[in-house]
Design a protein around this ligand. Sequence first.
Ligand code: SF4
Length: 468
Amino acid sequence: MSEPSFDLDLEQVEEILPRYAIEGPRYTSYPTAPVWKQSYGVAEFRHELGREDIDPADGLSVYVHVPFCRSLCHYCACNKVITQKTELAARYLDVIEREIETVREAVRVPRLVTQHHWGGGTPTYLEPEQLTRLFRMVSAAFPLAEAAEVSIEVDPRVTTSEHIAALRESGFNRISMGVQDFDPKVQEAVHRIQPVDETAALVDESRAAGFKSVNFDLIYGLPYQTVESFDRTLDTVLEISPDRLALYSYAHVTWVAKQQRGFERKDLPPADLKLRIMLHAIRRFLDAGYRFIGLDHFAKPDDELSQALEARTLRRNFMGHTTQAGVDLLGFGPSAISELRGSYAQNQRELGAWQAAVQDQGLATLRGHSLSEDDLERRWLIGRLMCLGELRAEDYAKRFGRPFGDAYSAELSRLDAMVADGLVIRSADGTLRMTGLGRLFVRNVAMVFDAYLPEQQKTGQPMFSKTV
Ligand code: SF4
């Protein structure tokens, strides 16, 4: 695939920004979570798990949510429990064991796990022996395929040599570190003091221990950031040279994350500065040899994500971009989401509610959604745009048996303004190709194909972060 050009005219981007910097989904699922209903519960999830029309050779993905953190980062909108009480983690392990066992019994067609991921919260909040216990529980119920991708998100501030040794011994081979920004003033404002030396030492240690891939998460749009200050962070990051980078936009979603109200809005960079920080970071990553994977991800050319992009097999699920095409995802722990071929199911979000539900019924499904034929089709369309930056009419016709231009004529004509603004190139048969500029606004293009969005927008309730 050819790389889109990010040699963008800043004035042009600033000119169109007010039209496209609107609230919109990130499309880690379609339909998006606000559409899911509580009428989909434990019985519906159990039924989906028991499906038998599945090829045992298909892989399986597993996600484990560990919700605990030692202290609160003020930008965070994740589902977490801030605590120092170790007994909470011990109880969590007992409960998740029951959940894993219940799902194992309900799954009719066992498959090997090709992707196994832990997120949070802070998974390394657990003691090394607790990590080992949890990993054994999951992999005994859902055995790993050879060459499986086994990854974990860690907080360098609480991750020790003993954690790294325990993780490698279990079989983890990819590690992702929260970094966000190395600038001391920014770190103080967001209540996350994380020295460079500590992070760099953990990277060295992880590589020496045999982790195949190291990822850094960065955030732009945090209080006090400037192009110059973030540039210094980028100098340090590029020197450490992680294999993958995620560059997230700070999402000011105070209706989800109340602690964000602690920020003075005036301390946040205004929209035009935030945009310049983002564009500057993208240029620096590309100049350093990283490939743009999509939305907010970058990887070195020899990384599997780059190769999947090249081979057009890149996919996206709740864990981000993935090389695992079309496999079911089973989620464990509070707020975890399962993505099965016919439905989505999300667990109770609160730790106490999740524990009570699992103890009572073995499962803790809070809400979900069974996908209609139309949902499945639009999920495919949005997935192509988000992952590959293009939507080929011939691929659509091959898969769904009718011309794309006829089936989506209304949506295609709604793209007129985006075509005129240079975001997307539309061919006569309806084929869409995002330009470099358009890749920045890919969520806006995807929104045109979202059948539920017009109704959601009518409510006037904030549901999503800004697209840029
Ligand atoms: S950013 Fe990570 S470590 Fe900080 S509160 Fe959120 S989940 Fe916990």
